[in-house]
Design a protein around this ligand. Sequence first.
Ligand SMILES: [Zn+2]
Length: 53
Amino acid sequence: MSKKYRGKGLIHLPSRGRGTCPMCKTRRIKLLYDVILNDGTKLTVCKRCRHKK
Ligand SMILES: [Zn+2]
């Protein structure tokens, strides 16, 4: 569980866990963290955005 987002754990994810972060718009970054917004929208964001709202 602790290394869920490293190495082989990424291979089965869509695009291997990479994409454009919906919050900071960085492309081809690893999107690993689910964030639930105040309005209930669920986003998958990069590590830099995981603590932001
Ligand atoms: Zn981001």
